[in-house]
Design a protein around this ligand. Structure first.
Ligand SMILES: Nc1ncnc2c1ncn2[C@@H]1O[C@H](COP(=O)(O)OP(=O)(O)OP(=O)(O)O)[C@@H](O)[C@H]1O
Length: 253
């Protein structure tokens, strides 16, 4: 289980959030939504212990798989070597990776369809390729908790779809607690059970996806009108997506 209990984080006299409480049990996935600068990354960092709390407590396993928003690095390492770093806890301070660690790293890359990145230099990869490697590194930890900071932000539409499928597939296994931030409420619909919204006014609300993702609440969250639209899925099934009303173009008469 991961979560915060009655937690507060402040920078100087600015409180990003106060007395926030939520939990994500193993087997569930939660999406965190909120406007730019509201504190989503800071909330994840607080949960992971990288950001001290001004009050309250955090609950997380000793090792949590974490995919940060920016994976910039000058390190001359291959994709596989970066993924092996996810095994650091098993290696110990001076431990050298063994064959089983390399096998676990390759398996994690394979799980997300990124085997081709194993031997490429990480510092020469595109932002999207690095993101895939960091997702594999998080999986290679073997942790029951996974935390993703905007996992689709650097990805093209094809890789976004694959990453959402991956997140949804991990959720469907019901063997990990998963938390991810996103700016797209449709990503919450696609891959989360629950949603935590950091509202612009300073309060936070959370609940099941179907209750939380609806036009009025999202209009308040982002300050733009939102509406449902029908989408034809490739299977022929009808789906609904939620979009800002500025989306689209006026149909030709
Ligand atoms: N160490 C720090 N010291 C002071 N202020 C900080 C620190 N870290 C973050 N902040 C501020 O806290 C606020 C929230 O930042 P954060 O990155 O958590 O927001 P966010 O919701 O993830 O934003 P975005 O959606 O733009 O990625 C920002 O105004 C940021 O400048």
């Amino acid at each position: 289980m991961i979560g915060l209990q009655n937690a507060t984080v402040s920078f100087g006299d600015r409180a990003l959030f106060t007395h926030i409480s939520f939990e994500v049990p193993v087997g569930r996935s939660m999406a965190v939504l909120g406007p730019n600068g509201r504190g989503k990354t800071t909330l994840l960092r607080a949960l992971l212990g990288f950001q001290p709390l001004s009050g309250g407590t955090r609950k997380a396993p000793r090792v949590t798989g974490y995919v940060p928003q920016h994976g910039a690095s000058q390190a001359r390492m291959t994709g596989a070597e970066v993924v092996i770093m996810g095994r650091a806890d098993r290696l110990g301070l001076f431990g050298q990776p063994q064959a089983q660690d390399r096998a676990a790293a390759l398996e994690a890359l394979s799980e997300i369809g990124a085997n081709h990145l194993a031997d490429l230099r990480y510092d020469r990869m595109s932002g999207g390729q690095r993101q895939m490697v960091l997702i594999a590194r998080a999986l290679a930890t073997g942790s029951p908790a996974l935390v993703f900071d905007e996992p689709t932000s650097a990805l093209d539409l094809g890789n976004q779809a694959r990453t959402l499928e991956l997140l949804d597939g991990l959720r469907e296994r019901r063997d990990r607690a998963i938390l991810f931030t996103t700016h797209d409420p449709n990503h919450a619909l696609a891959a989360a059970d629950d949603v935590l919204m950091m509202m612009p006014g300073g309060q936070e609300v959370h609940g099941p996806v179907r209750e939380m993702i609806e036009p009025a609440r999202l209009s308040e969250l982002y300050g733009v009108p939102m509406c449902w639209v029908d989408v034809d899925a490739p299977s022929g099934a009808q789906r609904q997506a939620i979009v800002p009303t500025f989306a689209g173009i006026e149909a030709a008469a």
